[in-house]
Design a binder for this molecule. Structure first.
Ligand SMILES: N[C@@H](CCC(=O)N[C@@H](CS)C(=O)NCC(=O)O)C(=O)O
Length: 262
């Protein structure tokens, strides 16, 4: 990883948008991150929990996701990932990271009763297996393909639209997706946030709109979404970045992993 940024949450150090120049306390979360919706799930969560964290940018347009050091903690070559320097545990996959942090901070995921815990977990998995991947594919066909592929665009736009309706029905008689504000809401917000760019609007989803308006004014949500927003990102236009991101197959994985055998 090229850069290391020491990041101290507002709730602990008074000024969220400033980087500390050094870190004496080694007991913190290392966040392997790039400012995308999947990254935002974790930056929002860390801000909400008030956990101290150190940001390690993974510039996915420059190929940092194939760095052997990163691959050891994230075998899927994808960010986000975390390392908890207090326990030595590393975790990849947004949903698993959210559960880990919730249990560490004892926030946003009830331990008991099982009904309450699994209410949150099922909506978290709904996001991880549905809203996130479908919106992610839609984003690919909206933002990154050079030619317009009507079938793919319609397929994913329809599915994103359908999932927003599922959320809307769920939110008819409750403020949040599962009980109190939880990791299910935190995971879902970053993939509702780009609704306009993804060609949808919230006019027909009045309950999602209310939920969205409630979350977007939370200071921790704003800090999480703003983390790295000024970093240079040219993945859509830069040919090398496009090749790194969109020409991956099994050979890419085997080549990256071969370094681990040395
Ligand atoms: N299911 C994963 C998805 C992570 C993911 O797709 N990350 C993307 C950025 S949003 C990535 O690292 N892409 C690098 C690449 O495609 O090479 C999660 O939720 O953590």
């Amino acid at each position: 990883m090229r850069n290391i940024i020491y990041w101290k949450p507002d709730s602990l150090h008074g000024n969220a948008s400033s980087h500390a120049t050094s870190s004496d306390d080694k007991r913190m979360i290392e966040l392997y991150y790039w400012p995308t919706p999947n990254g935002h799930k974790i930056s929002i969560m860390l801000e909400e929990c008030g956990l101290e964290y150190e940001v390690k940018p993974v510039n996915i347009g420059a190929g940092d996701q194939f760095d052997p050091e990163f691959l050891r903690i994230s075998p899927n070559n994808r960010m986000p990932a975390i390392v908890d320097t207090e326990t030595g545990i590393s975790v990849f996959e947004g949903g698993a990271i959210l559960i880990y942090l919730a249990e560490k901070a004892e926030k946003f995921l009830p331990k008991a009763p099982p009904e309450a815990r699994f209410e949150v977990l099922q909506w978290l998995f709904w996001q991880a297996g549905g809203l996130g991947p479908m919106a992610g594919q839609l984003s690919h066909f909206v933002n990154y393909t050079k030619e317009e592929i009507h079938y793919a665009l319609k397929r994913y736009a329809d599915e994103y639209d359908r999932l927003l309706a599922v959320m809307d029905v769920r939110l008819r008689d409750r403020e949040f997706l599962a009980g109190d504000y939880s990791v299910a809401d935190i995971a879902s917000f970053p993939w509702v946030l780009p609704y306009r760019r993804l060609g949808n609007d919230l006019d027909k989803f009045v309950n999602v709109r209310r939920w969205f308006d409630t979350l977007k004014v939370r200071p921790a949500v704003q800090r999480g979404v703003n983390l790295g927003k000024d970093w240079r990102r040219d993945e859509a236009r830069n040919e090398r970045a496009r090749a790194l991101l969109f020409d991956q197959d099994s050979a890419t994985v085997f080549a990256a992993a071969s370094v681990l055998e040395e």
